[in-house]
Design a protein around this ligand. Sequence first.
Ligand code: ADP
Ligand code: MG
Length: 292
Amino acid sequence: ATPTAIMVGTGRGADLGILIKGVEVLERTRTITTVVFDKTGTLTTGRMSLTDVQAAATTEEELLRRVGAVEADSEHPIGQAITTAARSRVGTLPAAGDFEALAGHGVRADVDGATVWVGRRKLLAEAGLILAEDLDDRARALESAGKTAVFAGWEGEVRGVLAVADTVKDDAAAIVDRLHDMGLTVAMITGDNARTAQAVADSVGIDRVMAEVLPSDKQSEVQRLQAQGEVVAMVGDGVNDAPALVQADLGIAIGTGTDVAIESSDLTLMRGDLAGVATAIQLSRRTYRTIL
Ligand code: ADP
Ligand code: MG
């Protein structure tokens, strides 16, 4: 392409709210074969709310008091959703001590003299808390509905399951369709469990799901796709996504996302809408096809 065509391409991108960091980025963009979307905050709005509470071997009120207290110190959207709901349902929450966040797994703190664990199945199992079968069945049903089931327990037992959910963005299914029409493979990556991830992926027509991926492993998952011969665009919003954005052949940040994600990306979608992903690839294909 001529310098003029590239300038036009880059300028057209800017008009569409697509900030392209450099000429070689525009050139690389047309070679993408797979687009990987982060789930939470990218395909979904990231605004989570508490949808279900199931207590076992305790009351719903006690469960919300303790879990709300632990999550009050969490910066995770799941924690914030739970604490907000707990405060509105049970009022003032007790104090929590020795808070610890275990990235990609959950949180832990001491409340009313007991260590309370909140997080994924595996975390609570490793903490030695027994999970009753009917409570697990309930959690599986919630997950199959696309919700994230969070387990909570103390003193030897899992004492409840809380479900949180956010909504898939309005344009998610349309963008997946459009990328398919362009001949691309569409994948989703998330730390969330496999059942929840599959339900969300199915609802928007995504081909390939990488679930239960720890924050530290998102990058190596992208690398694995590259080793299989895929040229990968990674779309993300979070601090967790930054290494994967750097690893990808094309890192795409959502403009409404974190500064770290934006700094780690090659391309930023300023308007925060997903359509920019397809538009950027089309723009690159056109720029380098018209004048060769
Ligand atoms: P994502 O990639 O969807 O942003 P994370 O890697 O942040 O997910 O978290 C993975 C999983 O760990 C969550 O789905 C949840 O089950 C658990 N988890 C993480 N943080 C918390 C928390 N503060 N409270 C409860 N569960 C948590
Ligand atoms: Mg995210």
